[in-house]
Design a protein around this ligand. Sequence first.
Ligand SMILES: Cc1cc2nc3c(=O)[nH]c(=O)nc-3n(C[C@H](O)[C@H](O)[C@H](O)COP(=O)(O)OP(=O)(O)OC[C@H]3O[C@@H](n4cnc5c(N)ncnc54)[C@H](O)[C@@H]3O)c2cc1C
Length: 614
Amino acid sequence: MTETPPTDHGVATEPVDYETVDRRVLVVGAGAAGARTAIELVERGVDPEDVLVIGKRSHGDAHTMWARGGINGALGSLDSEDDWTIHAADTLNEGHHVNDPAKVETVTRRMPGLLRELDEWGMEFTRTDDGDIAQRYFGAQSFRRTAFAGDYTGEALLDTLVERAQELSIPYRENVFVSRLVADEGRVLGAVGTDLDTGEFVVFDADVVVLAAGGYTGLYGRHSSRDDENTADGPALAYQAGAALTDMEFVQFHPTGMVGDRYGADWDGRLVTEAVRGEGGRLFNSEASASDASGGSGEPGAPGGERFMERYSPDQMELDARDVVARAIAEEIDEGRGTEHGGVFLDISHRDRAFIEERLPRMYERFAELGVDMAEEPVEVSPTAHYGMGGVVVDDDGETDVDGLYAVGETMAGVHGANRLGGNSLAETIAYGAVAGEAIADRLPAPGGDSDVLHDRARVHLRDLRALSNADGDEEPEALLDELRELLWERAGILRDDDGLAAGLDRLERLRSRATDLAVGDRTSRSYEFALNLGFGLLGADAVLRSARERTESRGAHYRTDHPDRDPGWRRNVHYRRDSVGSPRLTTTPVEEPSEPVQTALDADHELDYHQLE
Ligand SMILES: Cc1cc2nc3c(=O)[nH]c(=O)nc-3n(C[C@H](O)[C@H](O)[C@H](O)COP(=O)(O)OP(=O)(O)OC[C@H]3O[C@@H](n4cnc5c(N)ncnc54)[C@H](O)[C@@H]3O)c2cc1C
């Protein structure tokens, strides 16, 4: 088991070999958030040689690459009435008013300028006829505000940031897995990792550590991430170092994941981007609608089913909020109106082939390779765990409760509340990368920190890692991870209740005990990495289950069948932190009020004219 109890300084006895890397700022994570933080640091005068960005994969291979549909910012390219206050109001409405309004304001206010900056850096945005950055509809937004590069926005974004970082000579190190941060007396001292190529240990001595290590939805049975990403590394590392987590119960289930029984197990849960609905895609079940005896919409190519969103959301239809559409699909499937493969149909075949090829090129290609022509027939989809709104508690600069420890991007919490608007997470990575980079550059602490404490603590952890590698127990880490995923899917999925959450916690305890008896290969093996992921996953799952049990209401993505209504008294955030003896402790705090301009936008109650969408 990877978990090491906190140990007093000075107990390391056995010699252990490791490399030491000394940098003033260590950025753990090389997705959009980590890359953007490093760029800001260097642009603000920090010497690139004082910075190091590390990732557990090779360069440019971060999860951000998978982002497809777009990135939000109120540019008003097509809808000139849009502005940042309306973007903020939409974000708060979608977050069911448990977002941190100051963070929402930071992101929405900064995004138009940050999108223009990305454009200057060469990002390949799709353009309007006038050559401006085009913007598309995304669910639950009042205006077209989602900028995009076809349906490969994440790839275009990360390519742009990597190129910019290279121009600024920012050093990057690949394939290093960080398994522990070291903090003492409320200040971060560095990090401990394993080089996955060589199996060598590495200790990073740093004045500032930025966690940009992604989220936690890879802990769910059906999820849109890669299996080896989003395994709660960021939140778990922060928690172990003494920082608090919040909103962990809010997990977004994206309505449209690919259906494994139709496309093969490897594709199960993989995302069919919201852009398909944004560009006009319609959802059908497998039953002919009562109002349409001919079945379906009667249009060429439409499947012969009912366009069921008419029953759930007659105005917003397929572009209602993700939680509403996901629950509607789950209900259709549960009540026997799904496809034979356990999904529903998503159809965009009423659009021209050329339009689909231009606006959704990657989706079109992917399905074509699977023998499905999107211009002629529907695809099959069902909900998939997609985004964890929860994460690490940070202040307005992105700093955690631990001095010198920052969290950005999907690792941090606060922007999305109980549900995230599509296109807002890439926005958060860029905005908070810039904010944290700026704050760190302005007040970079003097070099120092107790190096002896760092090395003593690191050696204790490294001895545990040494014992973990080549351990010859009875349990396969990957199999336990799969069980953990099933547990969360069943007990903390789209629908939850107290009995299920309590049973989930009991089952988690049994998994935790089995995880002390692992069979692990050497330090370059996949099983070693799975074992480390399992340690983070057990912690992340505990935070989700306990926080979901604590919140006795339904709000946004958190739906409790035993408390189906929203409770105004629950306009609070649930925090999960370590108490003085190392056990998790839950507390709640009330949410702040929005600023006056944002409140004015909320009161104006802007709403997209959904009828434009047919
Ligand atoms: C299929 C899919 C489509 C999406 N589409 C959109 C979209 O259209 N618009 C939108 O706004 N959002 C979208 N999202 C969400 C968005 O992609 C992510 O929230 C965002 O990219 C997260 O970026 P990040 O920099 O915070 O983390 P990531 O890109 O996940 O990067 C994490 C980094 O941390 C490193 N790391 C992790 N753990 C460790 C460790 N233990 N040690 C060392 N390094 C570590 C990883 O190697 C990686 O470099 C999508 C998500 C998915 C899964």
